[in-house]
Design a protein around this ligand. Structure first.
Ligand SMILES: [Fe+2]
Length: 309
């Protein structure tokens, strides 16, 4: 981590190549192969059995930028946590990813507030975005620029990301420090210097791109024939920041995928999703008995031990 701190403080972003090795991703990538078609399968129209593959839209002008609200179809291919794949689910709370978040946010008391898979295919949709800030849907406030942020955004690469597979474009912070937060998107015509200054981070599967909430960035189209890029959007925030958020995990807590995830997780991992820690007064004998029934297989030992104390 220390080697990335300089880029973080100076530019507001960095890539850790292969934070997770191919061998430890093997099971998750197998699961992913059952969720999304490969680039070749997609190009050949073999998408039966993949309900999350985005339908290919008719030909459209290349490189046209539109606002997200005018082009919601670009978000096809995105799936919210939890997924049908325990190895994928467990990546959200992977200790090496959590460690990055804790180091940059300055606390281990963290919450995951965004966990989504996203697959983009060459030619499927209009993926070109204007340079923008994400805060409009992540906070009621606007991002801090001059002191440590209380949230960070990360992309865990689940395919190799080459230059032709549309790595996210980012603008180094020194060029945007004086920009007001509104409007939260700017066009090439009015800010050509920012578009010229864009950088991107191709990297192998398992790499982690990290950026701060005040960093201007955008998505672009894939250009590789039969190309696909799949990644996991992971955003962490400091606990107790009710003004920050995106997804509610309570609303998916009835799904079997969530129940299996909980049953296989540690108290620390569950805390990242908002479970109170063992010893909290949210727990008593009845609640623990109920949790055992709700999440078959969950080892309630740590919570019981804390109750005894
Ligand atoms: Fe964005």
């Amino acid at each position: 981590m220390p080697e990335y701190k300089g880029s973080w403080e100076e530019n507001g972003f960095f890539l850790i190549p292969e934070l997770l090795g191919k061998d430890e991703l093997e099971e998750a990538l197998e699961e992913l192969g059952r969720i999304y078609p490969s680039g070749a399968e997609y190009a050949e129209g073999r998408t039966d059995g993949y309900p999350h593959a985005p339908e290919r839209l008719p030909d459209r002008p290349r490189g046209k930028q539109t606002l997200f609200t005018q082009n919601p179809s670009q978000f096809a291919g995105q799936i919210d946590f939890p997924w049908t794949g325990q190895a994928l689910n467990r990546l959200t709370a992977h200790p090496r990813i959590t460690e990055v978040a804790a180091t940059l946010l300055g606390t281990v008391d963290l919450r995951i507030y965004q966990a989504q898979l996203w697959a983009k295919y060459t030619g499927a949709r209009d993926y070109e975005q204007p340079l923008h800030l994400d805060y409009s849907s992540h906070t009621f406030l606007v991002p801090k620029k001059k002191s440590r942020p209380q949230q960070i955004e990360m992309f865990l690469y689940l395919t190799d990301v080459t230059a032709e597979r549309a790595p996210t474009r980012l603008v180094p912070r020194p060029l945007t420090r004086e920009m007001p937060p509104v409007p939260y998107h700017v066009w090439r015509g009015t800010h050509p210097e920012l578009y010229r200054a864009e950088v991107s981070f191709p990297g192998p599967v398992g790499s982690l791109l990290v950026y701060a909430p005040d960093i201007w960035h955008r998505a672009v189209d894939l250009t590789e024939p039969e190309g696909v890029r799949i990644w996991m959007n992971l955003s962490y925030k400091v606990a107790g920041t009710d003004w920050l958020g995106l997804q509610s995990f309570q609303r998916v807590a009835m799904t079997p995928d969530w129940q299996r995830f909980v049953a296989a997780s540690t108290p620390r991992e569950l805390e990242l999703f908002g479970f109170p820690p063992p010893g909290h007064d949210a727990y008593d004998e009845d609640v623990l008995a109920g949790l055992s029934r709700r999440y078959p297989g969950l080892d309630t030992g740590p919570w019981r031990d804390a109750l005894d104390v």
